[in-house]
Design a protein around this ligand. Structure first.
Ligand code: GCO
Ligand code: MG
Length: 402
């Protein structure tokens, strides 16, 4: 079998997605997600101009060799654009191999380690009452794990809170919007939020919270300690992770479990965090982390240190990444949890898929390959529109981490 052609499909059904389609001389094709929120066209152009011409004529079964060719062969290593591009090729090749062998991708990764993939979803509200209500509604839908975010009094447009009754979507069309941030108000507020949520929802529901890289290590340590009575499943991205050592300090002060890594693009971003056991869950996911091939190695390394997976699964990761993550999560032994922020109905129509949700778990389905397709005619009706993630400023105007 040989790769005959490859192309990019860039579309915007409610939000932007970049999808790679690799076609073989036997008519089998595979799909890969190449979406990098707010920088979509950089990856599309990287693939079109620098990667796709090198793939034509290659054997799509040689996934490891092609991965190494794109990683080492570029000379310039890592970075979100490069690694998302490599990930898209990698996903498409696993999809092709599964279809060619007539088996779901999870069987190529070692087979099922469990029956379903535990997922968590997002609950949010403008204030504590709305947030509690939202958590309860998601629990009633069957979710066993829910992330809770709430507007912080005195801070307009807090992270994770939807605008004007719409579902929360981080990217917005047009130029970047600005949001505000106050560490002091946030730190005083969040324990009250979880006190209310835990009291209303009981002991069994898994609760999660995303700090979104906004605290210093000592502030994060204070928050982790304050949240201990509510036994969170995790506190996410408590501090930016460029300096991996920062997590040591948090770890020394609190037993609240820590998840990080959604912005990582290489195993080396997580290496010290894992081998020092400063984190409990690795958030790096298939599309931004270099594909299934790269994440399998990272997960196996993490397993040795009892660090589990907790992959990013926001709406900016297309249904192709979602499917890949579900096959992966079904197979690897040290799976922890998978984020599930459901896509819009229109996005689901553009990407028909075999995966499903039932009673707190997701199932990749038994279709050969990844089990996701793209309706190209429908996608063509929704062309790319420039969109950005917001930026954040402190109350005095200083730019800070969003
Ligand atoms: C999460 C995330 C997202 C990101 C978004 C950026 O935990 O789901 O933090 O909401 O902000 O995916 O593109
Ligand atoms: Mg996050």
């Amino acid at each position: 079998m040989k790769i005959e052609s490859a192309k990019l499909i860039v579309c915007s059904p409610d939000r932007n997605f970049v999808t790679l389609k690799i076609v073989t001389d036997e008519g089998i094709y595979g799909l890969g997600d190449a979406t990098l929120n707010g920088r979509e066209l950089a990856v599309a152009w990287y693939l079109t101009e620098h990667v796709l011409p090198c793939l034509i004529g290659r054997d799509p079964f040689q996934i490891e060799d092609i991965w190494q060719y794109l990683y080492r062969g570029a000379y310039w290593r890592r970075g979100p654009v490069t690694m998302s591009a490599i990930a898209a090729v990698d996903m498409a090749l696993w999809d092709i191999k599964g279809k060619a062998l007539n088996t779901p991708v999870y069987n190529l990764l070692g087979g099922k380690s469990r029956e379903g993939v535990l997922v968590y979803t997002h609950a949010n509200g403008a204030d504590i009452a709305e947030a509690v209500d939202s958590v309860q509604r998601h629990a009633a839908e069957g979710y066993l794990a829910v992330r809770a975010q709430s507007g912080v009094p005195g801070v307009a447009s807090s992270y994770g809170v939807p605008k004007s009754g719409k579902p929360y979507e981080p990217a917005e069309r047009g130029l970047p919007s600005e949001s505000l941030w106050s560490t002091e108000k946030y730190l005083n507020f969040v324990p009250k939020l979880f006190d209310a949520v835990r009291n209303a929802c009981g002991e069994d529901l898994h609760l999660l919270h995303d700090v979104h890289h906004r605290l210093t290590p000592i502030e994060a340590a204070r928050l982790g300690k304050a949240l201990e009575p509510y036994h969170l499943f995790w506190m996410e991205d408590p501090t930016p992770a460029e300096n991996q050592d920062a997590f040591r300090l948090i770890r020394e002060h609190t037993v609240t479990p820590i998840a990080t890594g959604e912005v990582f693009n290489s195993f080396w971003d997580a290496h010290d965090l894992i081998r020092n056991q400063w984190i409990d869950y690795l958030r790096m996911t298939i599309v931004h982390g270099g594909g299934i091939t790269a994440l399998k190695k990272a997960a196996d390394f993490a397993a040795v240190y009892q660090v589990r997976t907790g992959f990013h699964g926001a709406t900016d990761l297309s249904p192709v990444t979602m499917a890949a993550a579900l096959h992966f999560g079904l197979a690897v032994h040290n799976f922890g949890i998978q984020e599930h922020m459901p896509h819009t109905k229109l996005t689901d129509e553009v990407f028909p898929h075999a995966y499903s949700f039932n009673a707190g778990y997701m199932y990749p389905g038994d279709a050969p390959g990844l089990g996701v397709d793209i309706d190209e005619a429908l996608a063509a009706k929704y062309p790319y529109q420039r969109a950005y993630l917001p930026i954040a400023r402190k109350l005095d105007g200083t730019l800070t981490d969003w």
